[in-house]
Design a protein around this ligand. Structure first.
Ligand code: ATP
Ligand code: MG
Length: 239
């Protein structure tokens, strides 16, 4: 007797969240920072992105977030070619992505609570619906006593945690984080990593750019490495 074929996954689920096909990237007339980058972020995956300073990690994340366009090659998001997105469509696709920027990008005129709640407000949710969840998340990242603080009065590590909370509060389909533990102590780094793995269990695809070797070793997940403009993949920490 032969096994019945497994049900093929529905197309939308089988499609990678992000696909790079022979992507090259240069700034202006400068040298090519990324060359012939081809890879997928499969739906539901968790991966790290490493490489020396200046290798192009942030550049690659900017392409994923559509903050920049590639100089050549194709990038697709959620199954659609990004180059064909109109100005009107772009924010909608971007809203499906939670981004932790290396330089945080807090809105200076909003307090911690309002910064974290911003993606929910933009999505049209009512404060009464989300206030409790937002407060809980802020407490989880250790900032329960700083809800009303202005970003300028926070330390680097505190701002970083606000940036992380803001990126994950809406349970995005994709979370992209640029050095998210670069400014916190090891114990807080582990706590933040748990936040990312929990989010991943709920279905969010996660990509974390980091130099933090302890962080990378904490999980048995694929590691994408950038060097000399090219990307290679190591299977797991064991590889
Ligand atoms: N806006 C820009 N204009 C011109 N060159 C840039 C720009 N941003 C980055 N670069 C150059 O691209 C290269 C890759 O930079 P990128 O910030 O992507 O590296 P990175 O891997 O994130 O480094 P780090 O680990 O230090 O954050 C560097 O040589 C940098 O000087
Ligand atoms: Mg960087």
């Amino acid at each position: 007797m032969t096994e019945p074929p497994a049900n093929p996954a529905p197309k939308a689920l089988a499609e990678p969240v992000v696909r790079f096909d022979s992507v090259g990237m240069r700034y202006g007339r400068g040298p090519e920072i990324l060359r012939d980058i081809t890879f997928d972020l499969p739906r539901g995956s968790f991966q790290f992105l490493t490489g020396p300073s200046g290798a192009g990690k942030t550049t690659l994340l900017r392409l994923i977030y559509m903050a920049r366009k590639p100089s050549r090659g194709l990038i697709s998001h959620f199954g659609g070619d990004s180059a064909s997105l109109s100005r009107r469509e772009l924010p909608h696709v971007r809203r499906r992505i939670g981004m932790v920027f290396q330089d945080f990008r807090m809105l200076s005129h909003l307090n911690v609570f309002e910064n974290v709640a911003l993606p929910l407000r933009v999505a049209g949710r009512k404060r009464a619906e989300y206030a409790e969840d937002v407060a809980e998340l802020i407490s989880w990242v250790g900032l329960g006593d700083k809800m009303d603080a202005q970003p300028a009065t926070l330390s680097g590590g505190e701002q970083q945690r606000v940036a992380i909370a803001r990126a994950i509060v809406g349970q995005p389909e994709l979370l992209v984080a640029d050095e998210p533990t670069g400014n916190v102590d090891p114990a807080m780094g582990r706590r933040l990593l748990r936040l990312f793995t929990e989010l991943n269990k709920l279905g969010t695809t996660v990509l974390i750019a980091t130099h933090d070797i302890t962080l990378v070793r904490a999980l048995d997940v694929p590691i994408l490495t950038l060097a000399d403009g090219r990307l290679s993949v190591k299977g797991t920490r064991a590889a």
